[in-house]
Design a protein around this ligand. Structure first.
Ligand code: URA
Length: 427
């Protein structure tokens, strides 16, 4: 005899009721064990999307997902831990320079990352373009690397929040990804189970993000900050712009190269600005705001940690990165100022060129992607290169070009209004 009847749980939420702690514990566990069927959990997820959840329900749902698997423990490390999570954007390679930078400042970064799905890239896909680099580490290897190098970026093991793995795959195919209670509990269950002491959330806002408006992004950020704080993780969120893609590249190997440029003291100004802003938050949350991360970029110590981090996972930091076999250049239609560059258009183009995947099991092309040669506010000349499209499979160019169409404007300097990169801070 089970503690609850699944129909009663579904209809409670369908009729705008509040789920009890015991209903939540039971349904999450029974779904993970295979006693609640996918179609029943789909109905419940849709009822949650339509009718929402109260804060207490979200906290209990998160706790139930954490309890479905193991919890990692970094308390034996000689330094504090701090992690960052981005809700996903186009050209968002910030984890790559950020993890070694924060480690160079004396705070360990245990970064469990994912692969890309849809128009936003995945950190593991980017790093896998480095010859030899491997994403899978055992918990013991992760702990040892955190002690010796200070930073790890690897795949989350199967033992971490298995309920989320199953539920996220189901949400992906049932139109229920966008529910704030489900996004917040999905992200935070993994981060709390991961065992980080402090967490900085980069919640993206704009066309290239999950959250298209600042209001929805703020609601998601507040929900996640409350979940983290209640679980004893010092949690802060920045709301950052994702109407425009980050940096000058969206793809895999080309984003690794841009990250290495940042670690070498160069790189696009917006990538440097966001990397430093997030590093300062991570250090402050870990009690180390006495160190200025800008110094560690300038003196090469962040680059030293990057090289050690890549080598520790089998990668060769000196190896040439893969290059796409084919390229197609798009030139500026007129002279003027680039007044708009749409993140969704660029993300879709990179995805269609082969940088991303349509299904979880699809491979990605390491060399594929989009390079843009100007950022909003920059002057462009008629006929000069504006985008370079890269792929191994040139039959993809037409659909990528279609994605870019209408995705940018060249106009008068007077019609350009710069937008701030960091929109708000929620603590
Ligand atoms: N990322 C996650 O891990 N979970 C979600 O639900 C959405 C984005």
């Amino acid at each position: 005899m089970s503690a609850h009847d699944v129909i009663e749980v579904i209809t409670t939420k369908r009729d705008r009721g509040t789920l009890s702690d015991s209903q939540i514990d039971w349904v999450v566990d029974a779904y993970t064990q295979g006693q609640v069927a996918d179609e029943q959990m789909s109905a419940l997820a849709m009822a949650i999307l339509l009718n929402g959840m109260e804060r207490a329900e979200i906290a209990r749902w998160t706790a139930a997902m954490i309890a479905s698997g193991e919890r990692m423990d970094f308390s034996s490390l000689s330094r504090p831990t701090s992690d960052k999570h981005s809700t996903g954007g186009v050209g968002d390679k910030i984890t790559l320079p950020l993890a070694p930078l924060v480690a160079a400042c004396g705070v360990a970064v245990p970064q469990l990352s994912g692969r890309g799905l849809g128009h936003t890239g995945g950190t593991l896909d980017k790093l896998e373009s480095i010859p030899g680099w491997r994403a899978a580490l055992s918990n013991a290897e992760m702990l040892a690397q955190l002690e010796s190098v200070g930073a790890v970026i690897c795949a989350a093991g199967d033992g971490l929040a298995p309920a989320d793995k199953k539920l996220y795959a189901l949400r992906d195919v049932t139109g229920t990804v966008e529910a704030i209670p489900l996004i917040a509990s999905s992200i935070m269950s993994k981060k709390i189970a991961e065992g980080t002491g402090a967490l900085v959330l980069d919640v993206k806002v704009g066309s290239g993000a999950f959250m298209k408006t600042a209001e929805r992004a703020r609601e998601l950020a507040e929900t996640m900050v409350a979940l983290g704080t209640d679980a004893g993780v010092r949690t802060v969120a920045l709301l950052t712009d994702m109407a425009t893609p980050l940096g000058l590249t969206a793809g895999n190997a080309i984003e690794v190269q841009e990250s290495v440029d940042v670690l070498a003291g160069g790189g696009p100004a917006d990538v440097v600005e966001l990397t430093l802003a997030l590093a300062r938050e991570m250090l402050q949350a870990a009690g180390r705001d006495d160190v200025d991360p800008a110094d560690k970029l300038a003196d090469g110590s962040a680059m030293d940690v990057w090289r050690a981090m890549i080598a520790a996972q089998g990668g060769d930091p000196d190896a040439a990165l893969p290059v796409a076999r084919e390229r197609h250049v798009v030139t500026a239609p007129t002279s003027g100022v680039l007044t708009r560059l749409d993140a969704m258009a660029v993300g879709l183009a990179a995805w269609r060129l082969g940088a991303g995947r349509a299904r979880k099991e699809d491979p990605v092309q390491a060399g594929a992607g989009v390079v843009w040669h100007a950022r909003p506010g920059d002057r462009v000349e008629a006929g000069a290169p504006l985008f370079t499209l890269l792929t191994d499979t040139p039959e993809r160019f037409d659909r990528a070009l279609a994605a870019l169409e209408g995705g940018y404007d060249v106009g008068d300097a007077a019609t350009y209004t710069p937008a701030p990169l960091v929109i708000d801070r929620i603590a």
